[in-house]
Design a protein around this ligand. Structure first.
Ligand SMILES: [Zn+2]
Length: 341
């Protein structure tokens, strides 16, 4: 898997360098980044979560050292490592508390074990916060002093950056925007965290598939329903494809996700008042390059306008992320740079 951004020749890099590790349930990504946020090296490998955290910590540490070697730099040129991990975390203690997509990794001292394996100091962060910092530093949010990033994937991740401060909170649960309450009714959907009515239960890829599945089971017609009944796997990509082809159900489902997202974003804007709100993650329907992606963003914008103070509606930028799957590793490196200052 190649990085989204091109690599800068190391001779043109501004020292010191920082390594950023993005630990995911499926893949580990390691970025080597210079002091200006330019990518000079990139590595990815499977997480192999079932082998346990000690095995992964060793491979993450070794990957940092291997990347330095391959790039032709000394390990001492790397000032610090940033490590973004799925949470919940205990950030001051450097521990994973209980990651839903990493079963059996509970209460593991990940920060210090990775540091032991690479011999470098490690800054620990929530993965979505790291992605938010990546977009803030060199991505879609680079021109803004503050932003909220929402990542739409299997779940809904959130990161809030205000003036170079990553809002991680007093108990390492800051910026958990996916668990914002958007529905308090008796019929509110259940979030994977165990509470009901949270944004994630309405705006994740998982929830879109559930909504589509329920509509099709209730005898909805159209090309999406036909495709699923014909054996195609129900995924957000299929929903997007059929929406683009003009299927009413697929279109309405995507607009419903956008509506809930707009409701959540309106609340976040009233709390943080950021310069920009950025939407990233895998479930963004082709973003600006696709009519479905553009309609999705427009529907979010419409809902936000309906529900926020006029000053916020008129002046807050709403746009897509630009770093794609590299935001977490680049942002983790950026947080390491901040911590080392
Ligand atoms: Zn929740």
């Amino acid at each position: 898997m190649a990085p989204r951004l091109g690599l800068l020749p190391v001779a043109e890099a501004t020292l010191p360098l920082y390594a950023g590790v993005d630990l995911g349930g499926t893949n580990i990504k390691v970025a080597l980044v210079d002091d200006r946020g330019q990518l000079v090296g990139f590595h990815t490998e499977p997480t192999h979560a079932s082998r346990g955290p000690e095995d992964a910590a060793a491979r993450m540490g070794r990957a940092v050292l291997a990347l330095a070697r391959e790039t032709g730099i000394a390990t001492t040129d790397i000032a610090r490592v940033g490590l973004g991990s799925p949470g919940p975390l205990d950030i001051p203690q450097g521990r994973i508390v209980r990651a839903g997509n990493l079963p059996g990794w509970d209460d593991f001292p990940l920060r210090d074990r990775v540091s032991d394996h690479c011999g470098l100091p490690v800054t620990f962060a929530n993965d979505a916060n790291a992605a938010a910092y990546g977009e803030f530093w060199v991505g879609s949010g680079r021109d803004y002093e503050s932003l909220i990033l929402l990542t739409l994937g299997t779940g809904v991740g959130g990161g809030i950056i205000v003036g170079d401060v990553n809002i991680e909170g007093a108990h390492s649960h800051g910026s958990e925007c996916g668990h914002l309450i958007v529905d308090t009714s008796d019929t509110a959907r259940l979030c994977p965290c165990g509470h009901s009515g949270h944004l994630e239960a309405y705006c994740s890829a998982t929830s879109l598939v559930k909504m589509a599945d329920a509509a099709i089971a209730a005898a909805a017609g159209g090309s999406l329903a036909d495709a699923v009944r014909g054996g195609e796997k129900l995924t957000p990509i299929l929903v997007a494809r059929e929406a683009e082809a003009g299927d009413r159900l697929a279109h309405d489902l995507i607009m419903e996700v956008a509506c809930w997202l707009g409701i959540g974003i309106a609340s976040l804007m009233h709390v943080v008042d950021p310069e920009a709100v950025i939407i990233g993650g895998a479930m963004t329907f082709g973003r600006d390059a696709n009519p479905v992606g553009r309609a999705f963003l427009e529907r979010i914008r419409e809902e936000v306008h309906r529900r926020t103070f006029p000053t916020l509606a008129a002046n807050t930028t709403l746009r897509y992320a630009t770093l794609g799957g590299d935001a977490g590793s680049i942002g983790a490196a950026g947080l390491a740079r901040l911590a080392g200052r």
